[in-house]
Design a binder for this molecule. Structure first.
Ligand code: MIC
Ligand code: SF4
Length: 645
């Protein structure tokens, strides 16, 4: 059967399907690899422990530490010790703090073309750059996949993105994905896989492809993927993994559901303006704006290629007086190369503050901008408040634009700098896996004791759902609410990820500080939202915390994929307005009764305050409904795992 790259991998991994295989139908996929990071990992492993099997059952599972690396007290280091003991006990690789950012490391050392990967981080599609079918998911879904139960997705439609020609000087992969975002915005990828093809593909290296698939997440796509070709083979050979390479290309006669064409030679330096990655304009239109900070790094732009370019642009310059420059390299491999080539010196000499190989400022772990500050970042998200400074304005750009801006002090079109530096890439990377701790054999791992610090609190239990949900509307929000709005991250709140009672106090904190008090006073209730509710990260705490505070259903115009799955997993009923105009008929404080029954059909909402009835609908499969009614996925899975032992 002919197919696209994504279709080939999906079809090879389908283990179950409810109806026929068609877009929108739910399919269950076998998952070959999993990854977690520390901020979502503690919860994922608490859930894995609760499932109660002796060892992970995937081909490969890796636990990375890269988010919560600021150690201001015992919490983060305790959580890391827990994660390390879990990896030892259950047969996972453990990547120690300092090794690098999960997605960069996974691309370098583990991701494989043709394999399925799910990760408890929304940027897991980074591995699509090597031809892996890689999806971001909630921690519980990753825990379930580690127990070798399939992962269910709606069969996606496949958008072909045809690349022709090659990028001009000073324009790079980040500009390509910003161009995609400029065209389809933060909702345009929902329900789709963005699959790249065409003659322009071979002009991009694997890390450049990974920049594109990484930030494909911001379109809402299920994932993004490139073929596995000779460029992929050389990258894998250079990583001493040539034996893991397989060729994977779309068949010539294949039809995509839709095609977007990008002539690479016409792409120009682009920038995403506050506060959305989809708010994209040419840099030349807003160049000249004074800047207080430039931050380079994140899983989007911290590869060796990116930092070499930055180093060579900065060579012989000093950063402008009015700003500071931070750099987070993606991995130790990147750093070791920059040291060996001498290029690290260009960065340091220019005045860059070299931070650790971790997410850092991208998730508000330090380097917050000043009040009303303008920060130019090579990251993938510029949501309000995410940087740690509520009134800061974040602009997302390529490494070239960031470096040029660092020198000039104002947002700069890098084409104004003259000759584009030529960088030399290598045939062979330095391989040093000494910060990965390998899985132990079963005889030894079975004896390992799990180390739990006082920050790790037991998982709360949630009861099954009644047929009618009653309560008040606790909050009404607009379109494109992100998980950063629902459950903020940053240096203060991230260390509470393994303590649900404590972290729940911060739900909606920045949007409406009265939310917590209302939720407690009213004994829970409902959330009303607009389009694309829950876009952004995979953090299941954005479902867990509202659940803990008694939220019964979230009623919106539309949902983002991962958040929708997380709501189901934790027993919050996700409902949508049948007619979006009904959104206007509900106010905060209204008393509602929602008759859900068995959740087979549409649902009636009685607004007792306004004395009206409206119809709601949902996209739940029969299985989702079953899971929801039982009170969430964990009790449901525990029963299954026992049967399968
Ligand atoms: C993010 O970029 O928002 C994060 C932090 O990596 C999240 C995961 C989390 O909240 O821990 C993500 O993208 O999934
Ligand atoms: Fe880390 Fe930022 Fe990437 Fe999330 S987007 S994984 S916080 S670097």
């Amino acid at each position: 059967m002919s197919g696209t790259v994504a279709e080939k991998i999906i079809n090879e991994h389908i283990v179950d399907v409810e109806g026929e295989i068609a877009p929108g139908e739910e399919v269950a996929l076998k998952i070959d690899q999993t990854l977690t990071q520390d901020a979502t990992g503690t919860m994922a492993y608490l859930q894995f422990e609760a499932i109660g099997i002796p060892r992970v059952r995937t081909e490969l599972s890796v636990s990375y530490v890269d988010h919560n690396t600021l150690q201001t007290d015992f919490k983060n280091p305790d959580d890391h010790r827990y994660l390390q003991s879990i990896a030892k006990r259950y047969g996972l690789y453990f990547s120690r703090p300092g090794n690098g950012i999960c997605h960069q490391l996974h691309l370098e050392r583990f991701a494989c073309p043709g394999k399925t990967l799910i990760g408890s981080d929304s940027h897991t599609p980074t591995a699509g750059g090597i031809g892996s079918f890689a999806i971001g998911a909630g921690g519980l879904d990753v825990a379930v996949a580690m127990a070798d139960m399939p992962y269910r997705i709606k069969y996606p439609t496949i958008t072909g993105i045809k690349l022709t020609e090659k990028l001009p000087d000073w324009v790079s992969a980040k500009d390509v994905i910003l161009e995609v975002l400029r065209r389809i915005d933060v909702k345009g990828g929902r329900g789709k896989v963005l699959e790249y093809f065409g003659p322009g593909v071979k002009t991009l290296s694997v890390p450049e492809r990974a920049t594109i698939t990484n930030m494909g997440t911001e379109t809402g796509a299920t994932t993004s993927i490139f073929p596995s070709d000779e460029v992929t083979r050389s990258f894998m050979k250079a990583q001493a993994r040539g034996d893991q390479w397989v060729s994977l290309e779309a068949d010539a006669d294949v039809g995509y559901d839709e095609i977007i064409e990008i002539d690479l030679s016409e792409v120009e330096p682009l920038v995403a303006l506050p506060h959305s990655p989809g708010n994209v304009k040419p840099v030349s239109e807003i160049a000249g704006m004074e800047v207080q900070q430039v931050a380079i790094g994140s899983c989007t732009n911290s590869s060796l290629r990116d930092l070499k370019i930055v180093a060579n642009i900065l060579k012989g310059h000093t950063i402008a007086d009015n700003l500071h420059l931070t750099i987070n390299p993606g991995s130790r491999q990147v750093v070791e190369h920059l040291i060996e080539s001498g290029e690290m010196r260009y960065l340091v000499a220019a005045g860059a503050r070299i931070l650790e190989n971790a997410c850092g400022p991208c998730i508000g772990m330090g380097a917050a901008p000043p009040s009303h500050g303008i920060s130019i970042r090579t990251f993938n998200r510029n949501f309000e408040g995410r940087s740690g400074t509520k009134d800061a304005r974040i602009f997302l750009v390529s490494p070239e634009v960031a470096a040029a801006t660092a020198i000039k002090g104002v947002l700069t079109d890098p084409r104004d700098l003259g000759d584009y530096p030529r960088i030399e890439m290598l045939q062979r990377f330095i391989i040093n896996d000494n910060l990965f701790i390998r899985p132990l054999p079963l005889e030894e791992s079975a004896k390992v004791e799990i180390i739990r610090g006082p920050n790790i609190k037991p998982l709360p239990d949630f009861p099954s759902l009644p047929d009618t949900l009653k309560g008040e509307v606790l909050i009404k929000v607009g379109d494109n609410i992100t998980t950063d709005h629902i459950m903020p991250a940053g240096a203060k709140i991230l260390p509470l990820r393994s303590n649900i009672p404590e972290i729940s106090k911060y739900a909606f904190e920045a949007v409406d500080p009265g939310f917590l008090h209302r939720a407690l006073e009213k004994g829970g209730g409902f959330i009303i939202g607009g389009e694309n509710y829950g876009q952004g990260s995979s953090r299941e705490h954005a479902a867990l915390a509202p659940k803990y505070l008694g939220v019964k259903a979230v009623i919106v115009k539309s949902f983002a994929r991962i958040h929708l799955a997380n709501l189901i997993n934790f027993g919050i009923v996700p409902l949508t307005f049948k007619d979006s105009a009904d959104y206007d008929s509900i106010d905060q404080g209204d008393k509602l009764a929602v008759i859900i029954g068995e959740l087979r059909d549409d649902v009636r909402l009685r607004n007792l305050t306004q004395d009206i009835e409206i119809e709601l609908t949902h996209s739940l499969s029969q299985l989702d409904a079953e899971i929801l009614k039982t009170g969430g996925k964990l009790p449901w899975v525990k029963a299954k795992a026992k049967v399968g032992k």
